[in-house]
Design a protein around this ligand. Structure first.
Ligand SMILES: [Zn+2]
Length: 512
């Protein structure tokens, strides 16, 4: 494989031949190892990404300004040509020189957005190949929670840079978002903003009081009366025995409902308002409020009251994630009553529309049963978050092509399930997974269609990626990354099929 031969195809300057050269890179991929869409011309320089045994590199040739700007080594065979690592420093320059490789707030587009968390930092090119066919859907590529950062041993810099290089590799110009997902504190929000993230998902679960629904009526009033008088007065004056309409929906607050809603949510509201005013302030970012990771489903009244309070406080949100009825467990389809979900979803949608933001559906991977409902009633404007199943698609590639590695990973996952269960709630039962040594290699792929096995692999990624052998070397991470580098196209195809199925069930048609 030699990109230096490819280099000879580049004329001195001019973009008129760009497409021809890209077509040639595509045709002769095996020979050149140049990512066709990564070929760009700027300031009289050619830039493109190559694949080498040691990893991907950025090659720059020509224009002295760009040769100067990027850090790398001059090639000893070719004139005016630098080979640069895909480093953090170079990503900063790339975002300056090619603004489409920097994340933007997507709230400016009243459209469908999809969160495509990429725990390995390898999936985004596959996602972008798919989304080029769907200009009506915009991606949030960099999307990680603090929990995911800790479990994968990554930081926001790496998450953002992986997205930047992917966007350049695929020449995706429609704009993408970067979501600091499930952030809980001022410090976490500030950190994501400092790294240039353009979406903040504020997780208010620690301010939501889940014990309230179980209180007796006397306990409820006692707890309510212990709130400061000005807080009670504010809520009573605004809501008690008042009627509100949201779309076709009537919202009414009787005394017990109001006491309950205020007790469950008032601290979450204060938290969101304070972060919105003081930390996010007047920055142009997509602010999402997440009240989904709680024990109790969000009632329409609660949703209305939260939205109304936030708006009265002058804080703008771009999306809100309620906890819908039924179960949105990681990595598997929806569990619950579909008719009840439809009623629930329509009510939340009416409230979101009234307050002019999008509904956000979290743990959205694989919720195929409810996608038609979401697609039908959300009027082309919602946010769907997926993350973990992009990791499962990587394991699907492993199961298909390197069964021995998959067996080792799966056995390890089973042993470390209880660690992962501290972080994720799942209903998987390892006893329902067939013993691995009874399965033939070709049957391993079937495991990835079984709920129990999917969930076990879905949540143990942290232990798998961070596992060390006795000498302190990584047990799986390096083998996994070199496998995926070698089977890159297979991984992309898996992702295209998998996320493509999500879009199809949502009723979204390709437009390109
Ligand atoms: Zn969530």
């Amino acid at each position: 494989m030699s990109w230096r031969e490819f280099h000879q195809l580049l004329p001195k300057a001019g973009t008129s031949v760009l497409q021809n050269i890209q077509a040639q890179a595509e045709q002769d991929w095996d020979n050149y190892g140049v990512y066709p869409s990564s070929l760009h011309v700027l300031e009289e320089a050619w830039l493109y990404i190559i694949k080498e045994a040691a990893g991907k590199k950025l090659v720059i040739t020509g224009g002295a300004g760009l040769l100067d700007a990027f850090q790398g080594e001059f090639d000893h065979q070719l004139d005016k040509t630098k080979v640069c690592p895909l480093s953090a420093e170079n990503a900063v320059i790339l975002r300056k020189k090619f603004p489409f490789t920097a994340p933007i707030p997507l709230g400016q587009f009243p459209t469908i957005t999809i969160g495509l968390g990429d725990r390995l930092g390898l999936a985004s090119p596959g996602h972008l190949k798919l989304l080029k066919q769907y200009p009506q859907v915009r991606p949030v590529l960099a999307q990680q929670s603090i929990r995911e950062l800790n479990l994968t041993g990554r930081n926001y810099q790496q998450v953002l840079d992986a997205a930047t290089w992917a966007v350049f590799q695929e020449d995706y110009r429609a704009g993408f978002g970067a979501d600091g997902d499930h952030l809980k504190t001022d410090t976490e929000v500030q950190m994501a903003l400092d790294y240039g993230f353009t979406m903040i998902t504020l997780d208010c679960s620690e301010q939501i009081d889940n014990a309230v629904p179980d209180l007796s009526s006397s306990e409820l009033s006692a707890r309510y009366r212990s709130l400061p008088a000005d807080i009670r007065q504010h809520y009573e004056q605004t809501y008690l025995n008042q009627e509100f309409t949201a779309g076709g929906l009537m919202i009414h607050f009787g005394e017990p409902e109001l006491m309950q809603t205020v007790l469950i949510y008032h601290r979450a509201i204060e938290h969101a308002v304070r972060i919105g005013r003081e930390v996010i302030a007047d920055r142009r970012v997509d602010f999402e409020l997440s009240i989904d990771e709680t024990a109790t489903p969000t009632t329409p009244q609660a949703h209305f009251l939260v939205a109304h309070e936030i708006k009265q406080a002058g804080v703008m949100i771009n999306s809100l994630a309620p906890r819908f009825c039924g179960e949105f467990q990681k990595g598997i389809d929806y569990r619950g009553d579909l008719a009840a979900f439809e009623r629930d979803f329509k009510q939340h949608e009416a409230i979101a529309t009234t307050f002019d933001y999008k509904l956000s559906v979290h743990s959205g991977s694989d919720k195929f049963k409810v996608f038609p409902i979401i697609g039908r009633f959300a009027a082309g404007k919602y946010h769907l978050k997926t993350a973990g199943t992009n990791w499962l698609e990587a394991l699907r590639a492993v199961a298909g092509s390197e069964p021995q590695l998959f067996r080792e990973i799966f056995a390890f996952a089973l042993q470390h399930l209880s660690e992962a269960k501290q972080y994720y709630h799942i209903s998987a039962d390892p006893a329902r997974v067939p013993a691995l040594d009874t399965l033939k290699d070709r049957e391993l792929l079937d495991l990835l269609s079984r709920d129990d096995a999917r969930q076990i692999l879905h949540i143990t990624y942290g232990s798998i990626l961070q596992a060390l052998d006795r000498q302190g070397a990584s047990l799986f991470k390096e083998r996994l990354f070199s496998f995926l580098a070698e089977h890159e196209e297979q991984y992309y195809q898996n992702l295209i099929r998998h996320i493509g199925k999500h879009l199809a069930e949502l009723g979204i048609q390709p437009e390109n």
